[in-house]
Design a protein around this ligand. Sequence first.
Ligand SMILES: Nc1ncnc2c1ncn2[C@@H]1O[C@H](COP(=O)(O)OP(=O)(O)OP(=O)(O)O)[C@@H](O)[C@H]1O
Length: 253
Amino acid sequence: MEIRTSEMGLVARVARLGKHYGEGEHRVTALDDVSIGIRRGQFTAIMGPSGSGKSTLMHVMAGLDTPSEGRAWLGDDEITGLGDAELTRLRRRRIGFVFQAFNLVPTLDAMDNIRLPFELDGRRPSAEERERIDALIGALGLVGRTGHRPHELSGGQQQRVAIARALATRPDVIFADEPTGALDSRTSREVLQLLRAAVVERGQSIAMVTHDPVAASHADRILFLADGRIVSDCGAMSAEQISETMLHLERVA
Ligand SMILES: Nc1ncnc2c1ncn2[C@@H]1O[C@H](COP(=O)(O)OP(=O)(O)OP(=O)(O)O)[C@@H](O)[C@H]1O
């Protein structure tokens, strides 16, 4: 019998993953035989040169993209081969997303965007959840902005709404793609501290793609990708050590 993902102390994992685009001489290999797990209660950063496969790996792990080869699990559920409806349900219950393109609904104001995961799950936030949402709005400096629609907010404010939305339902795992990309350094630090608190205080798990060595230095573990493969799996590192590793990978890429 197969060992379950949870018994391995993981919240998500992939095995022998491959992802290709195009055919023949146009074929691009985005992921090449990747086997890796995201550990429960850890903040994992995923780094690597541009085009190394970071976003593809995160999208496959989160069930947003299907692999060409290999298998993927979210918790104990294998997601490879699941239909759209089942995948959507799993994602909604288990995952929070913070993506570069924010993925906010343009016609909804900030508060309704934050409450959207509850709405989609067919329920209203409980009193405790409403309190958590208010605390997130305060911590993210969004007080007074909750009635604004995305186009009335700056890029950084939109990103903070996306972060509040991802944390509001307290999902098992949060997938974040460049969550601090649109933020100034002070707000970045606050966002990273909030993500850390989700891990340390509430035992949630985070996988974060980033180019920023300072952002990655908040992580417990750093995975480095190059040419679609995991080339290094490290514990916490300083921003300087991370920059050096990245320089080395970019030189050999
Ligand atoms: N839809 C697609 N069609 C064709 N090729 C793609 C597609 N998506 C990604 N790729 C290619 O797959 C490889 C990995 O892309 P991916 O976006 O995962 O890299 P990344 O490490 O996230 O890059 P970046 O840091 O620049 O965002 C790249 O060579 C990219 O050009």
